[in-house]
Design a binder for this molecule. Structure first.
Ligand SMILES: Cc1cc2nc3c(=O)[nH]c(=O)nc-3n(C[C@H](O)[C@H](O)[C@H](O)COP(=O)(O)OP(=O)(O)OC[C@H]3O[C@@H](n4cnc5c(N)ncnc54)[C@H](O)[C@@H]3O)c2cc1C
Ligand SMILES: NC(=O)c1ccc[n+]([C@@H]2O[C@H](COP(=O)([O-])OP(=O)(O)OC[C@H]3O[C@@H](n4cnc5c(N)ncnc54)[C@H](O)[C@@H]3O)[C@@H](O)[C@H]2O)c1
Length: 470
């Protein structure tokens, strides 16, 4: 271990999921470690991303369930969202989660130095300078700086909110447009729709949730439409925003070769998440970037071998579960000179919409491209006892296997507890469980995960390769 007041074995920029995992692992391996954090420890996920979004999703569910309570014989007045109290609740829950994450305490206990003196910037390949003026050199530097919401470069863009601004709204908007139907946009749509806003969703890609299996896009889009959301995918472009005389925001866009516009009380841009490559002094290093992301090899090394980049800044799998694994692997590579990759690429992910969606592994289109003999089975939630008991019949689980039905290659679900269902399939995939073993697993009755057994058995029952059984 080599450490002086201004030199460390490893310097980590950013204390989000990637930086925290990297710093703790590097320290565990015996390195002297310093972490620089310009904002709150914990990064995007706990402070402005996953956690507040999930609290809002929970509140949205409570609103919906209260609205539907009469179906179960419960007499309630129609629910009304007290926005100020809702926002307060989000902050309170974020605070509670921060209370169990305790990055600063964990760093201190491990002997990792946390320095919060503003932004860190590269002076050269081995030296960082903070806003405070302090300079630190390090044998290896791990760049874990995350990303930020993209403001579309269109006239009037300053009138739009970014997703993290929503909690600062004084009131719930009556009419709202959400631009961008990735995970962030889709979840915001569900929340605002449940809270009673009139929501329009605009997306340039041909379908919403473009990163998910097409069946998920179709089902969630249909569910949005059924709940009164106006969904328009495949638009050409957003043209601009302007304030009208009555204080509304007129949003203009082009679709189907026509100029369209409508007025809203709020417009939210959830149109992408570029990496924080600016203002990092990268021009003083040999680190190469590509479209707002830092390029790395499979071992998270940048074009400068002792500078690593992990998490959202790489522009790849922008998920907590990816950032943490990458952070640990990069720390090992930095400290041990190893060539560790993340153990596997099974990354379950999903969103808390209504109904939820989730997926893991390859999409059906990706599998069919590689293996025409693949087998696909889809079981609707409507055939699942638990879903019928709960009156949550909307949705499905789709399992995809190779032609011999040995390996599960992908799983995609829409419906109640979709993320938990997909997580269970992921565990089976990670353990290399084959389809017939999965089909023989006993699932407790009545559970949502029982649909996994049904889908595995449906895969086995397929007679013809490539044919889908529903
Ligand atoms: C609305 C939303 C919801 C999400 N929900 C989920 C979800 O449910 N599940 C999921 O898996 N993922 C979710 N994500 C994605 C997840 O938040 C990110 O993948 C994850 O936070 C990435 O971790 P990271 O460590 O790479 O970056 P970050 O968490 O962004 O951390 C980067 C840190 O670096 C600091 N920093 C930046 N520049 C500097 C500098 N120059 N000097 C010092 N410090 C600096 C920042 O202050 C920040 O603390 C969501 C994202 C958003 C936006
Ligand atoms: N539940 C989760 O796991 C979760 C939740 C939120 C975010 N995330 C992750 O964070 C990252 C960022 O997510 P995101 O949803 O903010 O960004 P994204 O890049 O995933 O999605 C942005 C969407 O905006 C669309 N878009 C871009 N320009 C547009 C325009 N001019 N008009 C209309 N639409 C436009 C894109 O086609 C895309 O569908 C992703 O990797 C995502 O997986 C995960």
């Amino acid at each position: 271990m080599s450490q002086t007041a201004d030199h460390y074995d490893v310097a980590v920029i950013g204390s989000g999921p990637a930086g925290t995992a990297a710093a703790l692992r590097a320290r565990e391996l015996g390195a002297s470690v310093v972490v620089f954090e310009a904002g709150l420890t914990g990064g995007t996920c706990v402070n402005t991303g996953c956690v507040p979004t999930r609290v809002l999703a929970k509140t949205a569910r409570l609103v919906r369930e209260t609205r539907d309570a009469a179906e179960a014989g419960i007499v309630v007045n129609s629910p009304r969202v007290d926005w100020a109290a809702t926002v307060q609740r989000v902050h309170e829950r974020v605070h509670a989660v921060r209370g169990i994450k305790r990055e600063a305490e964990r760093f201190a206990a491990a002997g990792v130095h946390l320095v919060q003196e503003g932004r860190a910037r590269f002076v050269d390949d081995s030296t960082l300078e903070l806003d405070s003026g302090r300079r630190v050199t390090a044998g290896s530097i791990l760049v874990c700086v995350g990303g930020h919401s993209r403001r579309l470069p269109v006239p009037g863009n300053e009138l739009a909110l970014l997703p993290e601004d929503v909690l600062n709204l004084p009131d719930l908007p009556g009419r709202v447009a959400v631009i961008g139907a990735g995970n962030t946009g889709a979840q915001l749509v569900t929340v605002l729709n449940a809270f009673g806003s009139e929501v329009t969703l605009l997306e340039v890609a041909p379908r919403i949730l473009m990163a998910s299996d097409a069946s998920i896009s179709d089902a969630v889009s249909a569910a949005f439409t059924a709940r009164g959301v106006r969904v328009q995918a495949g638009i050409e472009t957003v043209s601009g925003l302007e304030r009208t005389d009555d204080g509304s925001i007129r949003l203009a866009w082009r679709a189907d070769d026509a100029d369209l516009s409508a007025e809203y009380d709020a417009v939210i841009m959830a149109a992408g998440w570029p990496g924080n490559v600016d203002d990092l002094g990268l021009e003083n290093t040999g680190v190469e970037t590509e479209r707002s992301a830092i390029r790395t090899d499979r071992y998270f090394r940048t074009s400068v071998p002792h500078i690593f980049a992990v998490g959202d800044i790489t522009g790849r799998d922008m998920l907590v579960q990816a950032a943490q694994f990458e952070g640990e692997a990069a720390a090992e590579n930095a400290v041990l000179g190893a060539n560790r990759r993340t153990p596997h690429h099974l990354l379950p992910a999903g969103g808390f919409t209504d109904p939820d969606y989730a997926g893991v592994g390859l999409s059906e289109a990706e599998v069919r491209d590689r293996d025409v003999a693949c087998v696909v089975a889809t079981v609707p939630y409507a055939e699942l006892d638990r879903a019928v008991i709960d009156a949550r019949e909307e949705g499905f689980l789709k399992l995809i296997s190779d032609g011999r039905r040995e390996l599960l290659l992908g799983a995609h679900a829409v419906g109640e507890n979709a993320i938990e269902v997909i997580q269970s399939v992921t565990t089976a995939m990670a353990a290399g469980v084959d389809v017939s073993t999965l089909a023989g697993v006993r699932f407790a009755y009545p559970t949502y995960s029982a649909i996994i057994g049904s889908a595995a058995r449906a895969l086995l029952q397929q007679r013809e390769s490539g044919a889908e059984l529903t």
